[in-house]
Design a protein around this ligand. Structure first.
Ligand SMILES: [Zn+2]
Length: 180
């Protein structure tokens, strides 16, 4: 966006990734990305720190046309291409959508990326404003019911973002276990 240079971003991400690796992390998740250039710097830096599996996920919003784009106008396919080329081990989406809409995004990714690992961290539904407070409406059971389609589509790693509680994660875990 012009406030920092690519090198400054790279250095900041590298310092964080190196500290995490020294602290014993096996992997890092670069999440809530919207811009390809920033995500690429983060992935490159995390891979350069060594010994870390690197996941990189973007946040998409549904457009009026029913397609999905990041705030910077990036499609799921193009976002994934950028971070895969930078060395990411896992692609996907987090935040911005509940499980139901995440299925559309996974479908788009899986059509193109047949073998790559896909991660989804969804919100507990789409937020509502109730008396000035942001509320995420889905119960653990509702979220898990919508997650079933994501697993059918070949999502490899599944979890929660905004509005999810330990009970939501428990419901997702039980769903995955029940499928064997
Ligand atoms: Zn979130």
């Amino acid at each position: 966006m012009g406030d920092v240079t690519a090198e400054q971003l790279y250095d900041a991400f590298y310092e964080q990734a190196q500290a995490l690796r020294e602290g014993g992390a096996d992997a890092v998740c670069i999440e809530t990305m919207m811009d390809a250039d920033e995500a690429v710097q983060a992935v490159r830096a995390a891979k350069a720190a060594g010994g870390l599996d690197v996941m990189a996920t973007f946040t998409f919003e549904r457009t009026k046309q029913g397609t999905y784009r990041t705030m910077m106008g990036l499609s799921p396919a193009d976002a994934a291409r950028a971070v895969l080329d930078a060395g990411a081990d896992v692609i996907g989406a987090n935040c911005g959508n509940g499980m139901e809409r995440m299925a559309d995004i996974v479908e788009e990714l899986r059509n193109i990326y047949k073998e790559e690992y896909i991660l989804v961290h969804a919100n507990a539904g789409l937020p509502r404003n109730e008396n000035g407070e942001t509320v995420y409406p889905e119960t653990p059971q509702e979220m898990a019911a919508h997650a079933e389609k994501l697993l059918d589509l070949g999502t490899n790693i599944i979890g929660g973002c905004c509005g999810t509680t330990p009970a939501h994660i428990q419901a997702l875990r039980l769903l995955v276990d029940a499928r064997g």
